[in-house]
Design a binder for this molecule. Structure first.
Ligand SMILES: [Zn+2]
Length: 494
């Protein structure tokens, strides 16, 4: 591959070479692209976008943003972006945890299928093909800048390589540590700086795939003072909450979230919003530089979150990763289309378009493939480039592995959502009447529940992938203990 001979930016490390068999398969899949015209040292896109820019934000709830109706000033830059983008109002992550959610986003397949779940300690093995590998092997530059410690490259003894597969530059340098846990992270300003340093070497006509993952507003909520100032005191104090001895948010402030002297929800909610505002400001800085360098208008830009956060719903506080409640798996999703698609499009693709049809992170794989004109199957998703998304389709969400007695599966078709916890009776929610899922209506609509389950089973059976192959089992307990000693895990999944 020509890409493997490229010089890396100082301080970055190329990702692990992929298995020859996978490389050959990918070459076959994208071979129709040929060598093509080159721009900035890479081949030019044959699709409507010259490049793809994917921005994900950790723990960002869909409903805490101004364009989604939040009344507080958390997101001026995202609100401006929404005015020139399509906002998918009914977007779902595949899991309420960083690792499995992003594994699904980058593969167009579900966590069970790619070994990217069920926890943050399980890394995808090399056998899995990621969108970055497909894009890289088609001759585009690929680069990622991540800020969550669980996205760091795993050490060789982990026996897997994770979500960095396919990124020529995978910058996982962390400049900070969580306040209450031995987990590394990178602040949003440092993440933007790193991405901008890479962009400084790009020419205006260059084709590339860039992924930037911000860690704020993941807890503990410690925003810069300048972003807390306009939001402090905006939430009522609320009831006293116990400070947890564990990292669980069930009925308590999780231990990893505890801030000195703060024992009621209000100050935490203020700080969560301020963290969102901090991310928003850094996104604004990144977008500003992309515009200034004329790299935005010919790009497909996607902004989303890996998962949400519960801010007290169901007495589950300041936490994620323990249930599939909607606050945890509904995510913001904005797509700013390249100019070649928006010019004269009818209906218009930009200009504050809102789409109510259900979509998922798995739809980004086929969207990226189509945007760059690549030859690859669509995997589990549907392209978001066209106007014809179905109003009803099956989209699942997952928590924990298939063999876990407390396995959670949720299935929505946009109108209804079934929540199937192995140890509990199945629940059903009417999203049209009850989007926050307050009232279980399984007893009233058993036929709907059965229909959803049947359609889910059929959907999973109908997998069209040509590269389906078994993946190695997740890390065993012994490996996990070894990783704990290296600071990769802290005995929980958040
Ligand atoms: Zn996360």
């Amino acid at each position: 591959m020509p890409s493997s001979q490229r010089a890396e930016r100082p301080g970055s490390t190329p990702s692990t070479p992929r298995l020859p068999a996978v490389a050959a398969l990918a070459a076959l899949l994208v071979g129709a692209c040929g060598d093509g015209e080159r721009a900035g040292g890479t081949r030019a896109s044959r699709g409507p976008a010259q490049r793809v820019i994917l921005v994900t934000c950790d723990t960002l709830r869909a409903d805490r943003l101004g364009f989604a109706g939040h009344p507080l000033p958390t997101s001026p830059n995202l609100d401006a972006l929404a005015a020139e983008s399509t906002v998918f109002e009914n977007a779902w992550a595949a899991a309420p945890l960083t690792g499995p959610s992003l594994a699904a986003l980058l593969t167009g397949r579900f966590p069970d299928e790619v070994g990217g779940g069920p926890t943050n300690r399980d890394h995808m093995p090399e056998e899995v093909l990621t969108i970055a590998e497909v894009v890289r092997d088609a001759g585009f530059r690929t680069a990622a800048f991540v800020s969550n410690g669980v996205l760091r490259r795993p050490p060789p003894e982990a026996g897997a390589i994770g979500v960095q597969q396919g990124f020529e530059v995978y910058d996982d340098a962390m400049n900070s540590k969580e306040r209450n846990r031995d987990l590394l992270e990178r602040t949003a300003d440092a993440c933007t700086d790193a991405a901008l340093a890479w962009l400084a070497g790009r020419s205006a006509d260059e084709a590339f795939f860039l992924w930037v993952h911000y860690q704020d507003p993941h807890g503990p909520y410690t925003p810069p003072a300048a972003h807390l100032a306009p939001l402090e005191g905006r939430h009522p104090s609320g009831p006293e909450l116990p400070l947890g001895a564990t990292h669980s948010g069930r009925g308590q402030i999780p231990r990893y979230q505890a801030l000195p002297g703060l024992t009621t929800p209000g100050p935490y909610l203020d700080r969560y919003d301020a963290e969102v505002r901090y991310f928003d400001a850094e996104l604004g800085r990144l977008l500003g530089e992309l515009r200034r360098r004329d790299l935005l208008d010919e790009a497909l830009l996607v902004v989303s979150a890996d998962h949400g956060e519960s801010l007290g719903e169901g007495h589950y506080w300041l936490c994620h990763g323990e249930t599939l409640q909607p606050e945890l798996v509904r995510v913001p999703l904005l797509v700013r289309y390249p100019a070649r698609l928006t010019r004269g499009a009818e209906p218009p693709l930009g200009a504050a378009r809102r789409v109510a049809a259900p979509v998922g992170h798995v739809d980004l794989w086929p969207t990226f493939v189509e945007a760059l004109g690549l030859e690859a199957p669509r995997n589990r998703g549907l392209s978001l480039l066209g106007p014809g998304l179905p109003e009803r389709r099956v989209l699942p969400q997952f928590l924990r592995s298939l063999d876990d007695p407390n396995r959670h599966l949720a299935v929505t078709d946009g109108r209804w959502r079934a929540v199937l916890v192995r140890s509990d009776p199945p629940r059903l929610y009417d999203l049209r009447e009850d989007p926050l899922e307050r009232e279980d209506v399984a007893d009233r609509h058993p036929e709907v529940l059965a229909d959803l389950q049947a359609r889910y089973a059929e959907f999973m059976r109908s997998d069209p992938r040509p590269w389906s192959r078994p993946v190695r089992p997740a890390l065993d307990a012994l490996q996990r203990r070894g990783l704990q000693g290296l600071g990769y895990t802290d005995g929980d999944d958040h």
